[in-house]
Design a binder for this molecule. Sequence first.
Ligand code: 13P
Ligand code: 13P
Ligand code: MG
Ligand code: MG
Length: 372
Amino acid sequence: MSEKITISLIKADVGGWPGHSSVHPDLIEKAKECLEKAKNEGLLIDYHVTGVGDDLQLIMSHRRGVDSEEVHKLAWDTFVEATKIAKELGLYGAGQDLLKDAFSGNVRGMGPGIAEMEITPRKSEPIIAFMMDKTEPGAFNLPIYRMFADPFNTAGLVIDPNMHDGFIFEVWDIMEHKKVFMSTPEEMYDLLALIGAKSRYVIKRVYPKESNPKLKADEPVAVISTEKLFQIAGEYIGKDDPVALVRAQSGCPALGEVLEPFAFPHLVSGWMRGSHNGPIMPVGIKQAHCTRFDGPPRVAALGFQLANGKLVGPVDLFDDPAFDETRKTAQIIADYMRRHGPFEPHRLPLEDMEYTTLPKVLKKLQDRFESL
Ligand code: 13P
Ligand code: 13P
Ligand code: MG
Ligand code: MG
């Protein structure tokens, strides 16, 4: 078996408690039971289960590589089992993100969100799992860009010779289903021209350069889930709340450089009915319940050290007074945005509303329009 270790973060909303606010503890218990069994059977090396907002999160380490049918099936079956409990408890939107009836080899395209990386672990391998609720994959564009390409965020880009040459970004056009690799710092401005349009161009992975002596150039240092639920379901059924895995230290940004972008609660889309812009608020797991106007959108971060494939942790990284001011700012921004009510730019622009329930409302009016 390979020395390489795969970290798979697979998540789904299989029922909210109450509404779309949080995950019921019984779902977490059921998921732990399923993953413990897989660990005892040797499929997983280690795992951690948690909930962020209404999304059930499975963080797993194993040696089966990315897109492993067995690991994906385990995740799918775990979500199916948790859905049974969600139905018993009458949870809201039970099975919401399980969009297909039967598993067919891979959970991609079936509703759950997936961030996976296969890596050759360094002597010490810090890994951070980021989990967002009430937003979309493009919400990671700004913080991931800042971690790996912005010297005002990441001092190491200037100071550390290992990463001084920069990183390579794999960007997906999720409308046209195409991808492009862009090298920073040389192509910073071109990269920003794309990823500033965060509802269409999303950062999928970041790679180190060949010149980075601490890392292998073909193994990612960051990976983000990019599943778009409406593209699978054909209509709005819930938001594609994204997750990401990021490696830190020795050749990568330091842990604090990885967390630093989240000290700015930037505006993301996906709040209330997937239809509003709002600030993303970094929170500890115990505060990761989306309440006010089903939000505001939240991000949690769990830190692990990988040791022989074991996930040593987690440390709840935003459960820290150092992020209190950010949370306060987020709430001030939330107040400001809320006062716009149904007006843009709090509500998303029309093209982004196409997959919500708004077109059904507008349809009713179509015959009443007269020519000018
Ligand atoms: P240590 O010297 O504690 O490893 O810290 C390195 C560092 O630069 C953290 O930002
Ligand atoms: P989720 O996608 O997290 O289920 O949220 C749905 C929603 O629109 C809540 O307002
Ligand atoms: Mg939900
Ligand atoms: Mg959710």
